[in-house]
Write a protein that binds this ligand. Structure first.
Ligand code: GLY
Length: 378
């Protein structure tokens, strides 16, 4: 019997496990292939301001809270794991490619200012002074100095090491079922048939969270993203460049060494695993329009994974309708950003019995008046 069983060994599951173990709980994580889902695809942007959508202010506030936790979280993680996580704190530039895109940037800037967020409009020349690799065709920019990035795969590797150093047990098997006893979650049944019996069970299975037998109905659906990795980009960009290119969104995120991530499509196609010619074409076409030198880079990896989408794009955190089953899922486009706040809030609930104020409005009960079912959101 363990204090906590965590279903899912992606960034969220491992971070919850690590923080719960730091609070003295015994923790077992179950995953047959940890870190190969959305965590492997994530570009690692810590970008609450440039990801902010209209009518998503609660999510924005949660994102800003989590962003503020990142430096201490990264420092403790690096110290415990002994490996770097690539936190880059140089800000994000949003480029507008044509005049319509710049009008969209102006609307975004007005929205950001209304919310009191720090963002500065740049002329094309100012944008290129900041990022000399930008095309001369870019018509305008917006600088958000507070939006950063981290290397999501490095964070996952560090969480594996930090969990191990803190006593987290990792069981490499597939979660087959959340088992209940007397109307209460009692742990996880594995594909092997073994049961991990637990006082509390955490659901952190990303886009697959709603599909596990024994889990009460949840409004989580897969939102497909195709994403590319390239090499040879040393010194190409100062920080993340996001762009609107003829109304389409693309982002370019540089990493230590010479790597660059270009992403990402956003598609409602269920668990379609295909990387498509059109997806790769659109991403590269738009990225090359904004930063022409991208055409000279080596394309080293293409990947399709699924964001765990929810009806309001915000996560599901805290108690579920099944007593003993705690939710840490539904992070949609913000899994890496929201890792620290999710881990710390859920660990506090597990260890102390109370979900902190910052997370209370993200319970699954906020959708209770709406019927829940895959067809509604697809
Ligand atoms: N956060 C970026 C994405 O989901 O594509």
């Amino acid at each position: 019997m363990t204090d906590v069983a965590v279903a899912g060994g992606g960034l969220i599951g491992l971070a919850v496990a690590w923080r719960a173990a730091r609070r003295g709980l015994s923790v077992t994580v179950v995953d047959d292939a940890p870190g190969t889902g959305a965590s492997a695809a994530a570009a690692g942007m810590l970008a609450p301001v440039t990801e902010a959508g209209y009518r998503e202010e609660p999510l924005l506030r949660l994102g800003l809270d989590s962003l503020a936790r990142w430096p201490a979280f990264a420092a403790e993680l690096e110290a415990t794991a002994g490996t770097p996580v690539g936190l880059r704190t140089v800000g994000t530039l949003v480029a507008g490619f044509d005049e319509d895109d710049v009008r969209e940037l102006d609307a975004l800037h007005a929205f950001q200012r209304e919310l009191g967020l720090a963002a500065h409009r740049l002329t094309p020349r100012e944008a290129r002074r900041r990022e000399p690799a930008l095309s001369t065709r870019v018509r305008g920019g917006l600088l958000v100095e507070g939006d950063h990035s981290v290397d999501g795969r490095a964070v996952h590797a560090a969480l594996l090491a930090a969990g191990q150093a803190t006593g987290v047990v990792l069981v490499r098997d597939r979660v087959a079922e959340v088992v209940a006893d007397g109307g209460r979650a009692a742990g996880l049944r594995l594909a092997s048939g073994d049961v991990v019996a637990a006082g509390a069970t955490v659901l952190a299975l990303g886009a697959r969270s709603a599909d596990v037998p024994g889990v009460p109905p949840l409004p989580v659906r897969p939102v497909k993203g195709q994403i590319l990795r390239l090499a040879g980009a040393a010194g190409l960009l100062e920080g993340t460049v996001r762009a609107l290119v003829r109304g389409r969104h693309v982002y370019l995120v540089p990493y230590a060494g010479d790597r660059l991530v270009v992403g990402a499509t956003s598609e409602d196609r269920g668990f379609d695993p295909r990387v498509t010619a059109g997806g790769v074409h659109d991403l590269l076409h738009d990225a090359i329009d904004v930063v022409p030198e991208v055409s000279e880079l080596e394309l080293t990896e293409t990947l399709a994974r699924w964001r765990p989408g929810t009806p309001d794009n915000a996560p599901l955190l805290g108690p579920s309708s099944l007593p003993g089953l705690v939710l840490a899922t539904g992070h949609h486009r913000n899994g890496v950003l929201l890792t620290p706040v999710t881990a710390e809030a859920v660990a506090e609930l597990l260890a102390g019995g109370t979900l902190p104020e910052v997370a209370v409005s993200f319970g699954a009960d906020r959708f209770e008046s709406e019927p829940i079912g895959r067809t509604q959101w697809s």
